[in-house]
Write a protein that binds this ligand. Structure first.
Ligand SMILES: [Zn+2]
Ligand SMILES: [Zn+2]
Length: 562
């Protein structure tokens, strides 16, 4: 692509960039770019919930603002195939008029997600390769190769009439990439020389000093495991860590072990990567997980999902001897080749206990690493700023403290020539006309879905579930004479999951009469209004539990008309 100078907008048209997710949290990466009246989305990420959101399977950004204020999207651009960048695409799909641009691997990972939701991509998934450019309205999108923990990742340069925006995607400066596909450093430098209006940069590892080691650093650590293990080797990793899977496959080949994949994600992703030629798997090396028991333990390595202690994933099942085909024996070695996502520590610890109970050994670090990050550390993030030399810098992809730290670094790197705009989700970053600034904040949020991925879990549902989990449930049952509007007999109160102490028992003994009196004292209109009565009984019961015994059970009044 030839030089495309960063010209000033002379027309008064606006260039707005609005993060709808990913700024202030880990996950939900979604950046809306609006030039004049053309909107494009860079990434459409999801997030996986922790135990504080019971029964929630998937979280995606709230798209109400996009829908109401911007309308239809002209294109979606995906930087790479991680869930925190593609997981919300099925939810964005109904708002999209144009294509989805991504590299072959990214789109291959996207396709089954759309299919799961019954969406037909037809010809709208448009493959791009690094170095390609495509035009969307008055904008030109350019894809630049970056290195990360999986193949086929890109940064995106958006050439607009008001200047160039560079979005780094997720990256580290891996100078010895496993797939031999180096990061296109010279293009970042070239854009820097031509002039970049704004850089949006990954902040994940800003708090780590120095440089993140190359993926090949893991080879040595895993070699030691392969060299010393006398039993089966089970390597647990993120199913998207295809570079890591390649390393394990290569070591298995060298040490005459068969490779079995276990866990839906690993099986699916390795299949996709093989079809695209992104995973080299010599013929005869792979066996099915059903065949693991047919081979001596020392001749097998299993690559499995469940490095985070997810209870239904392969590793947890293997650890609790609940896997249909893979059993742990005392000489076996389990390698956790992934970082522990904050919040998962207890689940991982529990799983490691189970592995130890089977007599197997867990390896998750040592003199040589069995895992390295896919995100650049502080010096790499500085290098990106030095290469791109943007007029404005917006830290993205991270919790607020990391964005703030990245902002501090951004202000120092280019000798004060870069202005930092420290933004959060919903901030309208106006880059033209006039000076770059944060204009206002629009409403953003999150939408939670249950295991069906289509059933929305509302705030009310979550509140009820929390109350159920912590306070149990109280069901007052009241019979009402419909004609006369009076209570028949004495109400009964049933409970489940309630801790019984003296105060609670006293309250439960008094509650039927209290509720009967409450209804008797109500006006005749109230007494014949079924819904109003239910609400009064609920509110009063909750108040009594809160004030008299300090508990917040879920109260579900049942009013029977007789
Ligand atoms: Zn990523
Ligand atoms: Zn990411």
């Amino acid at each position: 692509m030839s030089a495309m100078p960063a010209t000033e907008a002379v027309t008064g048209q606006t260039l707005d960039v609005i993060p709808l997710g990913g700024l202030g949290e880990f996950g939900l990466n979604m950046l809306l770019v609006v030039w004049d009246d053309t909107g494009i989305l860079i990434d459409a990420g999801a997030m996986f919930p922790g135990p504080q959101l019971p029964g929630v399977d998937l979280i995606v950004p709230d798209l109400t603002y996009l829908q109401e204020r911007v309308g239809r999207l002209a294109a979606v651009v995906l930087t790479h195939g991680h869930e925190d960048h593609i997981g919300a695409l099925p939810h964005v799909w109904p708002l999209l008029d144009g294509p989805v641009y991504g590299t072959p691997l990214t789109l291959a990972l996207v396709a089954p997600k759309l299919a799961e939701c019954g969406l037909e991509p037809e010809d709208r998934l448009c493959e791009v390769t690094p170095g390609d450019t495509v035009t969307v309205g008055e904008m030109t999108l350019e894809f630049i190769r970056v290195t990360h923990s999986m193949p086929d990742c890109v940064a995106v340069a958006v050439h607009t009439p008001a200047g160039v925006i560079v979005h780094t995607g997720d990256y580290k400066f891996d100078q010895t990439p496993l797939d031999g596909q180096p990061m296109d450093l010279s293009r970042f430098a070239e854009l820097g020389r031509i002039g970049v209006l704004a850089l949006f940069g990954d902040s994940t590892n800003i708090a780590r000093p120095g440089f993140t080691p190359s993926e090949v650093a893991v080879v040595e650590g895993l070699e030691q495991v392969f060299g010393s293990a006398t039993g089966k080797i089970v390597v647990a990793l993120f199913s998207s860590s295809l570079h890591r899977i390649q390393i394990v496959v290569d070591l298995a080949d060298q040490s005459d072990r068969k490779v079995a994949f276990a866990g839906r994600g690993v099986i699916q992703n390795t299949q996709i990567a093989r079809q695209l030629g992104l995973l080299r798997l010599p013929a005869g090396l792979q066996i099915q997980d059903t065949e693991v028991g047919d081979y001596p333990a020392r001749d097998v390595v299993c690559v499995v999902t469940g490095s985070q202690g997810e209870p239904r994933a392969a590793l947890s099942r293997i650890a609790t001897d609940d896997h249909r085909h893979v059993r742990l024996e005392s000489d076996d070695v389990v390698v956790l080749s992934a970082r522990a996502i904050p919040g998962n520590g207890r689940a991982i610890g529990r799983m490691m206990n189970h592995v130890a109970q089977r007599g197997a050994t867990v390896i998750h670090g040592g003199r040589s690493p069995v895992h390295v990050s896919g995100h650049g550390s502080a010096e790499e993030l500085k290098l990106m700023l030095s290469l791109v030399r943007p007029r404005y810098f917006v830290p993205i992809h991270g919790e607020y403290r990391y964005l703030a730290e990245h902002a501090g670094v951004g202000a120092r790197v280019n000798g004060g020539r870069t202005t930092v705009l420290l933004a959060e989700d919903g901030d309208v970053i106006r880059l033209a006309p006039g000076d770059g600034r944060i204009e206002k904040r629009v409403a953003t949020g999150r939408v939670c879905f249950d295991a069906t991925r289509t059933g929305e879990v509302s705030d009310g549902v979550l509140r009820d579930r929390r109350n159920l989990a912590t306070g149990g449930v109280v069901v007052p049952v009241i019979a009402m004479n419909r004609l006369e509007g009076r209570v028949e007999g004495t109400p009964t109160v049933r409970t489940r999951g309630l801790v019984m102490d003296e105060q609670t028992e006293t309250l439960l003994a008094q509650l039927p009469q209290v509720l009967a009196d409450l209804i008797t004292k109500a006006s005749p209109e109230e007494r014949t209004d079924g819904r109003g009565l239910t609400e009064r009984v609920r509110v009063e019961s909750q108040r009594l539990f809160r004030t008299r015994v300090g508990r917040r059970p879920l109260v579900l009044p049942v009013i029977i008309e007789v």
